[in-house]
Design a protein around this ligand. Structure first.
Ligand code: CMP
Length: 140
């Protein structure tokens, strides 16, 4: 198996409900190691840049408003097949469709307020990590 890095966000609905530790515990129990992490409040420009791939979608404005509505935890996670592993433990985007035991099924409130984000492929993982972290901030 390949050791990979992926990018993760614990979103404002989760930080507001003080779920950071519980979500972190689920990520770590899934075999993922936090090799970089910070808490920040995204600016509108940061959110729009991060989600630029969705800018034509009808939910783009609301998504950016929500992602700037409170603090988030941005993370770099490392482990065997980290990208797929993280997506597995996160569950489907819509919590109503997510499998039992996943983060979104356990704590997600709606398709927007779905607790966590995770990169979907190696290329996006590299881009998303570089969007929030300098190489010097990441240490395994
Ligand atoms: P995320 O993994 O952060 O990537 C894009 C986000 O857009 C996604 O999680 C959801 O929170 C949000 N999203 C996707 N589809 C919808 C939708 N139909 N309505 C509102 N938000 C959505």
């Amino acid at each position: 198996m390949a050791i990979e890095r992926t990018f993760s966000i614990i979103k404002p609905d989760a930080t507001a409900r003080n779920l950071t530790g519980k979500i972190l515990s689920m990520l770590e129990s899934a075999g993922l190691r936090v090799v970089a992490q910070k808490r920040l409040h995204m600016t509108r420009a940061q959110a729009e840049g991060f989600y630029a791939v969705h800018k034509e979608r009808p939910f783009f404005g609301e998504l950016c408003a929500y992602m700037t509505s409170g603090p988030v935890i941005v993370q770099v996670l490392q482990g065997d097949n980290a990208i797929a592993r993280n997506r597995e433990i996160m569950g489907a985007t819509d919590p109503a469709k997510a499998a039992d035991g996943t983060i979104r099924k356990t704590y997600g409130e709606s398709i927007e307020r779905n607790c966590v984000h995770g990169s979907d492929a190696p290329e996006t993982a590299a881009q998303e990590i570089a969007y929030f972290f300098a190489q010097t901030e990441i240490t395994g």
